[in-house]
Design a binder for this molecule. Structure first.
Ligand code: GTP
Ligand code: SPV
Ligand code: MN
Length: 579
């Protein structure tokens, strides 16, 4: 079904190993989407939601053991263990193939094998990269349709280019003991079995656009990052684009489509992407970003018309919900929804608070990006958008101030490398534990972090107009456990300070960890925030930071000789200043 022999022979070979009953090459048409939805409605994979309130919206309840990414079952397979680094689980490619191929043997008997050609990034962008996912999950196909540019146009590009990332996926038997998410970066290959969920199964997303792409990006001189991309248009009509890396379930989707507060009249916000950015230097040394995706797989809990009205609106039609609850009249329901009440929980049981939450904390919506009212007209621009600022952030009750600016690119790389955040339900495992999550890429960097930081540092040799680097924290808490900062749309107040810094329009308070805002430079008009809270948000505790720098130093040391000297020096000089 393709003129590209390398693709055809791979498909044939996979079919003979996995033994599907039928093979379907996805065209990406709307009619195909419709047909697949109908098939899943008849076999129970999906159910319809209230057609008046939620037209063309469907619910999928996954296996209760299959509700999030599985970092402990995710491997990077390189010849040398050092190339995967201490930040990844590693296996020799030979062993990786052998173990996972055994699980794939005959696994598609009785099933249809779908072949999904896709393009990550605008179809005519030189920065885009293509892949083909083979899967036995119809749910994966419809999600890929909403989230990527998939089908005939992508196949055409693949046939022209002759190269593509090979992603093989099967839900297998969903047994966590037979679940493996394997990456073979030198072969541009992914093999994932035993999960039908999100980042484990939609291989264009985390597996390709982050793990494989980050590996390629290092070889080719660009960056593949866990970042949202947003355009902020001020009342004078100037738009600045910023790229922000926050760990999973730490606020990217919300920030990417925020609604400006009434007390900041005239501002507009344009969404380019909510999860992944591919960043390239152009010929003038300007860093530019594209979003490889074209849809959102977003956290549902917490979404409402106050926190994120754009998301609330965009998931009212043509959306797939995974693992939410439903109300008496069959509307989707989740914790943080402001109307209705749960009748059936995410496991399909009659809701009973004794069983825990009604919606799974990592329940997700899938929608095409075009559903978003704030979708940027430049999201399809092949050249991407120029980035003015890079913003790192994490979920930290203590320590990290609302915002600070790094003093240089090198310092910015240290700020990124030192990001720590409380773990969330996006991964199966304990929630709320603070851990290092450098550049929000701990689960996603396809190679040794030490080499990754060296790669980041090398950008300073190639451009003298790199973006400024910042760190934000929306999650500081008071002693009683209340958030000190209102967050959501109000975060624009912080972004506007960031832009003022980029434009040299505002002075700042220099501290050892970087430049902090003078409290009066954060616009708090109409905000109900006490002077003490603002003071706490815009200052640092030297004792706590001394301990933090020591801990960052220990963490960096765990990367041994490969750690770039410049990063060690940054850490030492800040530690010395704090002492
Ligand atoms: P991934 O899709 O997992 O990469 O996550 P994300 O970074 O896009 O996170 P998302 O925006 O979906 O937010 C996750 C959770 O954090 C949701 O429950 C939000 O309601 C909550 N959240 C987002 N922004 C803020 C904020 O500014 N303040 C507070 N307090 N909570 C927020
Ligand atoms: C994340 O966990 O960062 C996500 C969701 O964006 S998933 O696609 O499942 O990885
Ligand atoms: Mn993510």
């Amino acid at each position: 079904m393709t003129t590209l022999s390398s693709l055809q022979s791979w498909v044939d070979q996979v079919a003979s190993h996995t033994q599907p009953d039928a093979i379907h090459w996805c065209t990406g048409s709307d009619a195909e989407y419709r047909e697949m939805i109908d098939t899943m409605l008849s076999d129970g994979t999906l159910t319809t939601l209230n057609e008046e309130q939620y037209p063309n919206c469907y619910l999928h309840l996954s296996d209760p053991s299959d509700v999030a990414r599985v970092e402990h079952l995710t491997f990077v397979c390189t010849e040398q263990e050092e190339d995967a680094g201490p930040n990844n689980h590693w296996m020799k490619p030979e062993e990786g193939h052998e173990r996972v191929d055994a699980l794939f043997a005959g696994c598609m008997q009785g099933r249809t094998m779908y072949v999904i050609p896709y393009c990550m990034g605008p179809i005519d962008s030189p920065y885009s990269r293509c892949g083909v996912e083979i899967t036995d999950s119809a749910y994966v196909v419809v999600n890929m349709k909403l989230m990527t540019r998939m089908g005939d146009r992508s196949l055409q590009r693949i046939e022209e280019e002759g190269s593509f990332v090979k992603g093989l996926h099967s839900t297998g038997d969903l047994d966590p003991e037979r679940r493996m998410i394997m990456h073979f970066p030198d072969e541009l290959a992914i093999k994932s079995i035993g999960s039908g969920y999100g980042g484990n199964a939609l291989l264009g997303k985390k597996c390709h656009a982050l793990r494989i792409a980050s590996y390629q990006a290092r070889q080719e001189g660009w960056l593949a990052e866990h970042m949202l991309i947003v355009g902020l248009e001020n009342p004078d009509g100037e738009t600045h684009y910023v790229a922000c890396a926050f760990p999973s379930a730490c606020g990217k989707t919300n920030l990417a489509m925020l609604i400006p507060p009434e007390s900041l009249p005239g501002w507009k916000v344009w969404t380019l992407g909510d999860d992944i950015a591919w960043l390239h230097l152009d010929d003038d040394g300007q860093l530019r970003a594209i979003n490889p995706e074209s849809g959102y797989f977003g956290v549902v809990p917490g979404t409402n018309e106050k926190t994120n009205k754009n998301a609330d609106d965009m998931i009212k039609h043509d959306a797939i919900f995974t693992n939410v609850a439903t109300t008496e009249n069959n509307e989707p329901w989740w914790e943080g929804k402001t109307d209705g009440a749960p009748a059936i929980d995410w496991q399909g049981r009659k809701f009973d608070a004794a069983n825990g939450k009604a919606a799974h904390p990592n329940s997700r919506f899938t929608v095409a990006a075009g559903n978003n009212p704030s979708y940027s007209s430049l999201a399809d621009a092949p050249e991407g958008v120029p980035i003015s600022a890079i913003v790192f952030g994490g979920r930290r009750k203590e320590l990290a101030p609302l915002v600070y600016e790094a003093k240089s690119w090198e310092h910015g790389v240290l700020v990124g490398a030192g990001v720590a955040s409380e773990t969330t339900a996006a991964n199966i495992g304990e929630v709320g534990i603070v851990r290092r999550d450098p550049m929000a890429m701990k689960p996603f960097c396809g190679y040794n972090f030490a080499d990754y930081w060296a790669h980041w540092l090398s950008f300073a040799e190639r451009s003298n107009k790199l973006p400024r680097v910042f760190h934000v924290n929306w999650f500081r808490q008071s002693a009683d456990g209340d958030f000190l900062w209102p967050g959501f749309g109000e975060n624009l107040r912080v972004l506007s300070w960031i832009i003022d810094r980029c434009e040299n329009r505002v002075t700042a308070n220099e501290t050892p960890i970087g430049f902090l805002p003078n409290p009066e430079d954060i616009n708090t008009t109409d905000l109900n925030i006490s002077a003490e809270a603002l003071q706490a948000l815009t200052s640092i505790d030297h004792d706590q930071w001394r301990a933090e720098l020591e801990s960052v130093g220990e963490y960096l040391k765990s990367y041994g000789d490969r750690l770039p000297e410049a990063l060690r020096q940054q850490q030492q000089s800040i530690a010395a200043e704090l002492a």
